[in-house]
Structure formats: C-alpha cells, structure tokens
Design a protein around this ligand. Structure first.
Ligand SMILES: Cc1cc2nc3c(=O)[nH]c(=O)nc-3n(C[C@H](O)[C@H](O)[C@H](O)COP(=O)(O)O)c2cc1C
Length: 324
C-alpha cells in the first residue's frame, strides 16, 4: 500500500455517466427527504446539503397511498419496510418543485410504475414540464433512476425479476430523455447480472443496486405477520455482504457500466468497500434514520479511509476487490 496522504490531498470528485459529482455519496431513494431535513437545519440547508446528488423518493404516474400500517420494523442489524411507494403522483410532485428548486445539487428522479407505459408517463410529464418551465423554477434534474421493484400489472411478478420486462421499461423511457438513465435492480433474483445486461442493452446508462430483500417479521404475541403488508424489504447492515457480492458480480460482468452501489452503508469504510467492488457512486439508505449527521460523518470517514491508504481519488480504489 502507498504512503498515507493528507486529507486535503484526496480529490473525491467522480463522474456518474455525464453527471459530475463533488463526491461519491448519494442518498438512497425513499430514505432522505430534503424538505424534512431543511426544516431541521440551522442555516442554508440547500447549500450545505451533504449528498453529491439528491435522489428523492420514487414517484409514480398516479398518487399512491401506500400499504396499511405498520409499515416499518427493526430487525437485528437492519430494518424491514413496506411503505408501498406512497407518493403524490407526478403532477402534484411537480407542483411542489418551488419548495426545493434552489437545492444546489444535481437531482436524479426515482421513477416507479407497474408497466412500461406508467414509467413513460412520469418521464414524459417531467420532460414536458422542464422544457416549458422558466429558468430557476425547477430543481436541477439531471437523470432518472428507474425503480423496477414494482409488480407488473399483467403478471403480478416484480418487473425487476424479469430481464425482458425490465428492458421493456428502459425501452419505453429511453426515447423520451437524453438525461442520465439508471435502472435500480432488485436483489430478489438468482442472477442479477442477467437483468443488468438486459437493461444496459435496452439503453440504461448505468445501474443502481441493491433495492431491499423480500423479508418478513412476526408479531411475537400472535405469531402473525407484523407488517400490514405481510412482507416488506430488508435493508441495513444485515444485507451489506450480499449487496457487495452483487455489485461485484455486475461490475465484473459489465466493467464499463457505471454502478451505484448500496446496501447497509453505515461508515466510510462500508462506502469504500462498495467502490472496491466496482461502484462509481454509493448510496446511503438506512443510516439516514440513525442520525441527522450520518451522511456528513460517512463522507468524512470515506475521505480519511482513502487518505490512510494513499488513494488520491475514489477511482484509484474502484475495482480493487474484483478478479484480476
Ligand atoms: C423506509 C424506506 C423507504 C424506501 N423507499 C424506496 C423508494 O421509494 N424507492 C426505491 O427505489 N428504494 C426505496 N428504498 C430502498 C433504499 O433506497 C435502498 O435501496 C435500500 O434501503 C438498501 O440500502 P440501505 O441498506 O442503505 O438502506 C427504501 C428503503 C427504506 C428503508
């Protein structure tokens, strides 16, 4: 290993497709709300925002009320959520832009739906709005993350579990935008690389992984399912080793494709491990629920971990864990 560096010798900038990021950390969709954090921050939160880009909660064409309560439960080393993509729908979501348009970060919009047409409707509405809106009235939307974890309307199965269905979503959206297109992969598959290959072949510029693992928790008194939806998605430190393996599998299969890695990142070393497994950027999810300061701490730790190893940039660490 090379000699250690001073902290200010580390250059954290990365490039995710055509989007320049000041550092590799993003928030994981659904775990961080800019408006909520701005209300709790003393000072200009929109300038001091801790993530290099903002990924809001998944938005769908129509409003969704989400799943019945309870929707979240803690587990050893993780949490299970079954929020059910509650969101106001794309029209109301766009109408709320004014409240956070001055966020000084690129925004990657997470899009959900139950069919290719649903995804296309969201992107079409947003592109039309951005084309017509006066300068400064919208957040700096630079890309999309297609969350293919929703069930398919025709089969009921998760779109993201089927390479062809996932590719059809990308195929419906790709002609509608020139912005960065990421597809967020589900880990609930036996071969994540098959889905990654299919979405990239259909025009996705990169992939994000992992979403949550299908899971269940019981009420200890009744021994009935605890969550109102019966099942939910497990995230947090419990999933990190599996997420690292999946990121490494995809990075080895598609070495030129940018990957946003996530799953249980609680420290800067966790983030560095995802980069070593081939990720260009790293998203932080469950850690946001532990402390307001978590993202800034993880970023400081990532810088220190790189410096201690004499690694000047995240790119110098990328892929260190992959086969030669
Ligand atoms: C409460 C909660 C809500 C979430 N909502 C979404 C969502 O709307 N869209 C999405 O793509 N992922 C959603 N996720 C999944 C996260 O973005 C992330 O993929 C997952 O939690 C793994 O990262 P982590 O272990 O760091 O939390 C949600 C996760 C949690 C805990």
């Amino acid at each position: 290993m090379s000699a250690s560096l001073a902290l200010d010798q580390v250059d954290l900038r990365v490039r995710l497709g055509d989007v320049e990021l000041a550092h590799p950390l993003l928030d994981a969709s659904g775990t961080f709300d800019v408006l909520e954090y701005a209300r709790r921050f003393e000072g200009d939160y929109y300038a001091a925002f801790p993530y290099a880009a903002y990924v809001p909660k998944t938005v769908t064409a129509e409003a969704r009320t989400g799943n019945p309560a309870p929707r979240v439960t803690e587990t050893p080393a993780g949490m299970i959520n079954a929020i059910g993509l509650e969101n106001p729908g794309i029209a109301a979501w766009i109408a709320g832009f004014g409240a956070w348009a001055r966020l000084e970060r690129p925004v990657i919009v997470s899009v959900g739906g139950n069919s290719p047409e649903h995804y296309a409707a969201v992107v079409r509405a947003l592109e039309a709005h951005l084309a017509a809106a006066p300068a400064g009235s919208c957040p700096d939307i630079r890309g999309y993350e297609l969350n293919v974890s929703c069930p398919n309307v025709s089969s009921g199965l998760q779109i993201g579990a089927d390479p062809a269905a996932s590719a059809a979503v990308v195929g419906a959206v790709r002609p509608l935008t020139r912005r960065l297109l990421l597809t967020k992969l589900t880990p609930n598959v036996s071969d994540v690389t098959a889905v990654a290959r299919a979405v990239v072949a259909a025009g996705s510029d990169g992939v994000s992984l992992v979403n949550t693992f299908k899971a269940m928790a019981l009420d200890r008194e009744t021994l009935r399912p605890f969550l109102g939806n019966r099942t939910g998605g497990l995230c947090g430190p419990a999933i990190k080793p599996i997420a690292l393996r999946m990121v490494a599998d995809v990075a080895e299969a598609l070495p030129d494709v940018p990957v946003v890695g996530m799953g249980g990142v609680m420290t800067g070393l966790d983030a560095l491990e995802f980069i070593a497994c081939g990720a260009t950027a790293v998203a932080v999810g469950a850690a946001n629920f532990t402390a307001f300061e978590a993202p800034r701490r993880i970023l400081d730790e990532l810088r220190a971990e790189l410096a201690a190893r004499g690694l000047r940039t995240p790119a110098a660490a990328r892929g260190l864990a992959l086969r030669a």
